[in-house]
Design a protein around this ligand. Structure first.
Ligand code: KIV
Ligand code: ZN
Length: 528
């Protein structure tokens, strides 16, 4: 029998140590519209590694050249984390995955197949045929890499006897981690705990592997189901930052980690996560994915630590514990940060960025500084949130479309926008009327740069309080199945909207030029 010791996995000598497996860059990025650029994926992977995530699922290497390159680069740059790639249950996928992750100091291959009756029907395999396929593919993966994770997709709706049979086959074939996905967010906490407990007690060899839980949030129970699975014996939680993911998303990393930390009295489990890094990575993921965090989201929402009502404020002033179960500092929120202003120089900005956990090269700093000065001229106090908005909307270099000037007249009558843009080095202008200033502006953009992109999302939010607050705008566009999100921030909401729209068009153009290379050629559900 092969040596099953998961040499590259984290130490599990401590029986209460829960391994954090982050899949923001795979399951999270798979969410329509959450697509990240190569540079953004590398940046997020670096932040995950720094915050102590044990395993980073960096992508799905066979899906596209872009995914393959991202997983390879992340594998090369990773300092501590295990780098994992996803592969369907076929030899070609697994080989491609290995090619990408083999550069990592600690690589992992994650292979999966849908085992429930509904999912078995997709590749049209009988139970026996699927069992053989599992044996063959896990064996192949294990011959390449000594750290192999196997997942029976839709496990929570798979017949119990069959689930036990295939888990046993995967363990015998050399899988070192068995992940039990609740693919459609169907299970509930008691059932989640029970399923893991029964598998561990029933399947021969279960003690030699780590059981993982992978929950989706369709019924709002992903966090509860993941924690319950840990009660049942799982020692790996799969999750994403901000709960990013398809449909209602995945389990939110910040929620499970903080739940185990704050309620250590009843959930005596530990993780390797530096929780003070949570806010920063949450903001970066929101910025690069274009998925803003809802204000009342647990742990990372804007209001999670806000105490507005008089009675709450009174209690807080007397004793913060009256209404606060965790300190804002524990998740990286500092209440005492001083705003910058128009007299602040480059050194002050650099120091502030460092404080916020943002590192950048001299060229990028130069660009951010110019925009900071411009903002400080218009806004008396520049807060941390303003700086973060500036950083997350910094351009990506040579853009085909650039805004030169925008003038809008609006009020009780129809709005009119006069727009000047640079299109590939040629200055062009257009004047359009519309139903409000944003509509008029977007029409002017389309007049200058005709396109068929469909507006999927237009979202505005104020960065800080006050009427001089910056507005951040997200625009998501779709064209021929390709999706791109643009973002911008400005004290003028219409200017921010124009910039976000232009940003999204630039990104869409880059994707089109790559002619589908960045668009998944295969989907993980496409099992035919
Ligand atoms: O939700 C799911 O089943 C997955 C698998 C690929 C693990 O994401
Ligand atoms: Zn999933």
């Amino acid at each position: 029998m092969t040596d099953r010791t998961d040499k590259t996995a984290v130490q599990t000598a401590d029986k209460n140590r829960v391994v954090i497996f982050d899949t923001t860059l795979r399951d999270g990025e798979q969410s329509p519209g959450a697509t990240m650029t190569h540079a953004e994926k590398l940046e997020i992977a670096g932040l995950l590694d720094d915050m102590g995530v044990d395993i980073i699922e960096a992508g799905f290497p066979i899906a596209s050249e872009g995914d393959f390159n991202a997983v390879s680069e992340i594998s090369k740059q990773a300092k501590n984390a295990v780098i994992c790639g996803l592969a369907r249950a076929n030899l070609k996928d697994i080989d491609r995955c290995w090619e990408a992750v083999k550069h990592a100091r600690r690589p992992r291959i994650h292979t999966f197949i849908g085992t429930s009756e509904l999912h078995r029907a997709i590749p049209n395999l009988s139970m026996d045929e699927m069992a053989d396929r599992i044996h063959e593919t896990v064996t192949h993966a294990r011959n390449l890499c000594d750290n192999v994770q196997w997942s029976p997709m839709d496990a929570t709706r798979t017949e119990w006897d069959y689930l036990c049979r295939v888990v046993e086959i995967a363990i015998k074939a050399g899988a070192t981690t068995i992940n039990i996905p609740d693919t459609v967010g169907y299970t509930a906490p008691l059932e989640s705990a029970d399923l893991i407990r029964r598998l561990i007690n029933t399947v021969p060899g279960a003690d030699d592997v780590i059981f993982a839980t992978h929950c989706h949030n369709d019924l709002g129970m992903a966090t509860a189901n993941s924690l319950a699975a840990v009660e049942g014996g799982a020692r790996q939680i799969e999750c994403t930052i901000n709960g990013l993911g398809e449909r209602a998303g995945n389990t939110a990393l910040e929620e499970v980690v903080m739940a185990m930390k704050v309620r250590h009295d009843i959930m005596p489990y530990s993780t390797g996560i530096d929780t003070t890094k949570i806010m920063n990575i949450s903001r970066r993921v929101a910025a690069v994915s274009g998925f803003a965090v809802q204000f009342n989201k647990a742990i990372v929402g804007k209001n999670a630590f806000a105490h507005e009502s008089g009675i709450h404020q009174d209690g807080m002033l007397k004793n913060a514990e009256t209404f606060e179960i965790m300190c804002p500092e524990d998740v990286g929120l500092s209440g005492t940060s001083l705003p910058l202003g128009k007299h602040s120089g480059r050194a002050a900005l650099r120091a502030k960025l460092k404080d916020l956990g943002i590192e950048m090269g001299e060229n990028q700093l130069k660009d951010v500084f110019v925009r900071f000065k411009d903002l400080a001229d218009r806004k008396k106090e520049v807060y941390d949130e303003d700086i973060l908005a500036l950083v997350s909307t910094t351009g990506e270099g040579e853009d085909h479309l650039e805004l030169i000037n925008l003038k809008v007249v609006c009020g009780t009558g129809p709005a009119e926008a006069v727009l000047e843009m640079d299109v590939g080095g040629v200055e062009t202008s257009a004047t359009c009327q519309g139903d409000g200033p944003v509509d008029a502006t977007f029409k002017a953009v389309r007049t200058i740069y005709p396109n068929d992109a469909r507006l999927q999302l237009y979202q505005v939010s104020a960065v800080t309080e006050g009427t001089d607050a910056q507005a951040t705008v997200s625009v998501r566009l779709e064209e021929d199945g390709m999706i791109a999100t643009g973002q911008s921030a400005d004290t003028d909401t219409v200017v921010a909207s124009a910039l976000a729209y232009i940003h999204a068009l630039n990104r869409l153009r880059v994707r089109r030029e790559k002619s589908g290379k960045d668009t998944p050629e295969v989907s993980y559900k496409d099992l035919t």
